[in-house]
Design a binder for this molecule. Sequence first.
Ligand SMILES: [Zn+2]
Length: 585
Amino acid sequence: MKIPVIFTIAVAFVLVSGCSAQEPTLADEQESTLADEEPDVPVLDFIADGYETTLAWGKQWRPDSSSSKCQNSSAFPDVNLSSHGQFNLELITGKKFEQITKTDLTSILQLEFSDWSLGDHVRSDSLRSYEGLEYLTCLQWLRLGWKPLGRDFRFLHELTDLRFLDLGAAGFFSHVEQLFALQKLETIVLPNAFRSLNDLVAIPSLKRISALGNRASCDIEPVLKLPHLEELHMKDSFHHKRSQPPAEENDFKLSRDPSGRYLQLLQKGGADTLNPDFDTEQLSGIHDDGYVFSLGQAIYEVVADDYDVIAFVGNDKTTQVEYAGMSVQISNDVAGLGQPIWSSASCYGSAGRLRGLVTFPTMDNFLHVDPVPFLTSGSFTHEVLHLWGGADLLPIQEKFNGEVTGGHWGVSSADGILGGFSSDSLTVAADGSYKTSFFGDNGNAGLDRPLGHLEQYMMGVLPASEVPDTTVFRGVSQVSTNDSFATCPIDGSSDWIYATCFRAEERTSVSIEDIVEIHGERPYEGAIEISVLVVAVSESPLTSDEWSQLDAAVSWNMKSAPVEGTPQNMWEASGGKIALISPAP
Ligand SMILES: [Zn+2]
């Protein structure tokens, strides 16, 4: 998963009404694919790259002085305001917290994060979260910065006077319903990969929408019905990509294996064509949405729409790529996962059943059984968990280098397949650094562990009432050691090389109630069944030995009964609550 790049400081600049006078500029009509001769038809733009346009849109705003009860709706002062919220308000107003009045906050009409100009990243100078912004109830214009401040955007719900809202840099924003109270909103810039475009019909005041890189449905008819819509910018969106012919003609040859249980995909370049490294200059294979749309469409010409997951397994011994597996989530119909209910399944040829794709460059990435049985490894369980929202339940989490992350549990006690440490092993060293048993911030290797509590909750097989609190560290950095592999200094203990050490500025505890307040509750299902189509990917047909190897790996991964030895498949790792089935195509 891609994370917004942190490239600058984030001190907030505040303009208290009377912004710089500049004539409104209209967006460049020549860049639009449809002329606006017909005033009722919104301009649908596939060319504008966004930055210039959104700056121009931002400058068009003029303060609206019509009557508003916004001063009264601010709940400031609030005795429950956190230290982060107090810090943020001091930064915004330039006053000591005790001296800040409600009038100070409600006289602010326009707020822009200063990380729109390049600079060094200075953690202590920036907003620490979005807390406190909910008291700025008279804001009419807001542009958030690039620095990820977490997944809690509930403050937006209070800013009902907003006319202009730029969330282009707020990559974690996903809950469209948090915008529904903004019934005066005229212009919105959505983050790349936003998935709920059509739900914006709930805000009829909208005139301008930037939905670049939008990964919502390929069908945008609903949003085009907005009564005042003038411009909709959709470059590189799914709608745009689906309407374009593929860059290269693909030569997918699909057939069933001799047993009839699997599909065989033959194509030029084999699994390497599907699994290249990510290259922004030239997106290809799994990173090229147009290619994956075509592949999905080709598959649904030969199989029924019976699968939640399509798993591609490369018929290769080795690979040059840097990943062992990759997932592409395509839809979600489950509440409470920290992501919207949405579906782009139609882009891929599914009527709606398809939740996502997972791909493994080699057979060993899918399942590797070392001669030493406890060393069995494989990425299948990890990638499937990503299709249920990955690790985006926590309000915020960081990697070892302090970068805010998503998709994996980071430096937290989630202790699961997607990373995190065991809270039982957490100790504090004399120098204030933390030490735990060995863990990864972007996934725990090996199959010798069950799903973490939050992972079980995410999958619907553990009720919220049984999820323990999660310890989450912020301001994380590494302990310097003399050894390039070890993260802990040699402290005389016998386990220093098998442990993980890190420093952190802040230790917080996140309860399941905190998570439910932000994302809603994930309904408990008790047990679930996931239907998987396995597709072997190769340049030339698989031999019978290769089919046997694939069959053994699939059978191990999907067995709904105890498997031998320490390694656990999904069924075992979920306490027998997640069954994987593979109906014949
Ligand atoms: Zn992952």
